[in-house]
Write a protein that binds this ligand. Structure first.
Ligand SMILES: [Zn+2]
Length: 193
């Protein structure tokens, strides 16, 4: 009888997640990011889906702002809510989600259309409060850090893309151009003043 020698088989361990969820005691993968605070919008914590939802719902965008600052912020926000700026029409649902989702959860993971309906009402209220700067960043589809040169280059591309001349003098394009100009002013003032 032949003797069969079994070689020890190396069983592939499942790849450990690159990041762990920041929620204490959670072993989930940290696949969804959320800013640490309003003042650190580009400094992120990473969570699993359940915990980013919880964090999102508990997020208080206005923490640490004075009443006057909050009012000014809301007023700026109101200026942005122009009905003729049809979000997502040209950019697809992910773009629209990102406009209202400063956590970048839905746009980045491609969940797009469906997932954003799963959000809690509290989260909707807080995302409505996104600042003019965040909205300007969304209009430019940019995230800091960037240089003034990069910003200017992006501005030129957007102007070319949305110029009314390129749309047969279209009213909507005119409105978009206005919003792009406004966003450019906001971003210059926010980052390079
Ligand atoms: Zn978690």
């Amino acid at each position: 009888m032949r003797r069969v020698v079994f070689e020890p088989v190396q069983i592939a361990e499942p790849e450990p997640p690159a990041r762990l969820c920041n929620h204490p005691g959670c072993d989930g993968a940290g696949e969804y990011r959320a800013p640490r605070s309003r003042l650190e919008l580009d400094n992120y914590l990473w969570f699993c889906l359940d915990h980013v939802r919880a964090y999102n719902a508990a997020w208080n965008y206005y923490a640490g702002m004075s009443e006057r600052e909050i009012e000014a912020d809301i007023r700026r926000d109101t200026v942005w809510q122009r009905p003729s700026w049809k979000l997502g029409q040209r950019h697809g649902p992910a773009y629209e989600a990102r406009m209202r989702d400063h956590f970048g959860v839905y746009g980045e993971n491609g969940g797009g259309g469906q997932r954003r309906h799963a959000r809690s009402p509290g989260a909707d209220a807080s995302t409505r409060a996104a600042s003019a700067r965040d909205q300007a960043l969304a209009v430019f589809d940019m995230e800091p850090p960037f240089t003034q040169t990069t910003l200017k280059a992006r501005y030129k591309v957007l102007v070319k893309m949305h110029h009314p001349d390129a749309h047969g003098g279209d009213k909507a394009a005119e409105e978009k151009l206005k919003i792009i100009n406004q966003a450019y002013t906001t971003l210059k003032a926010s980052y390079f003043a």
